[in-house]
Design a binder for this molecule. Structure first.
Ligand code: ATP
Length: 258
């Protein structure tokens, strides 16, 4: 039996997971979601979402594909050329990539907004503290004083000066109904989701079919590389990106390993 097979299913701290383990990212991801649930950041439903994501990531080869990388570059170009970009944070996003979202927000000068499917004051408070522990200085979505049209009351809540008025929104692991409603509001929508057939990436202007733990740092790297790009250069990257081709490439990889 190799050392890898002796890694216990549940570890106290992610440092106990050996970085050379073949399923390292998956084990770390699972561990962070479990901790998120324990800390009141992530809803139990988030564990199901994580399980689905993990299966798709396995089929995608647990790596950022060339088309996902192109999508991440296009996403960075959209965020950099936006008037008011907002990055949406839910319970899984907060548990998996809190510091990475803070870094991306700084790289593209975007606001962070807590945006929850299962919204309670306790979870909002826990996520806000968690983001601040990871370097966030301003967090929107605490009041959620505006409503997305055509959604039921709880799921429609957003910040008037955040997602409601944003022109470009990054909504990772977003619920399909909300993704559709945001699209109907005319926003440029960037979705990170490992399932290319899910409604959220299907309606996105930029569907990023990649694990959020790889996608967000890669978007930040692209944003930094494009920091001095002209509006025309950013526009060319945005124009070059083909959302249909990106979705097809991801589906083909999952179905046929191609
Ligand atoms: P729909 O969007 O059609 O309502 P759904 O009900 O399957 O689809 P949700 O439960 O709302 O989806 O969200 C979970 C989604 O998040 C899944 O599509 C899953 O693949 C994706 N997901 C889970 N973990 C990750 C991750 N670490 N990185 C990227 N995507 C992930």
């Amino acid at each position: 039996m190799s050392d890898h097979e002796t890694v216990p299913a549940a570890v106290e701290h992610e440092d106990e997971i050996p970085p050379d383990h073949p399923r390292y990212t998956d084990l770390v991801t699972r561990h962070r979601i479990e901790r998120g649930v324990e800390k009141g950041i992530t809803h139990l439903q988030g564990m199901h979402a994580e399980g689905r994501g993990s299966a798709f990531d396995y089929l995608l080869g647990e790596e950022t594909t060339e088309t996902a990388d192109e999508a991440e570059r296009a996403a960075a170009a959209h965020l950099l050329s936006a008037d008011q970009p907002v990055l949406s944070i839910n319970g899984n996003v907060a548990a998996l990539v809190p510091g990475e979202m803070v870094e991306l927000a700084a790289a593209v000068d975007a606001d962070l907004e807590i945006n929850l499917f299962n919204r309670t004051p306790e979870r909002i408070g826990a996520i806000e503290s968690h983001l601040r522990e990871h370097g966030a200085t301003a967090v929107k979505g605490l009041e959620a004083d505006a409503r997305i049209p055509n959604l039921d009351h709880e799921r429609s809540k957003v910040d008037a000066e955040g997602i409601y008025s944003a022109d470009v929104v990054l909504v990772p692991l977003e619920d399909g109904d909300r993704a559709e409603a945001l699209e109907a509001m005319g926003k440029t929508e960037i979705v990170i989701d490992l399932n290319p057939l899910s409604r959220s990436p299907q309606v996105a202007d930029v569907p990023v079919v990649d694990n959020i733990v790889r996608a967000v740092p890669n978007m930040t790297a692209h944003a930094r590389a494009l920091q001095d790009a002209s509006e025309a250069e950013l526009e060319a990257i945005i124009e070059d990106f083909d959302r249909e081709r990106a979705l097809e490439a991801a589906e083909s990889r999952i179905r046929n390993g191609l």
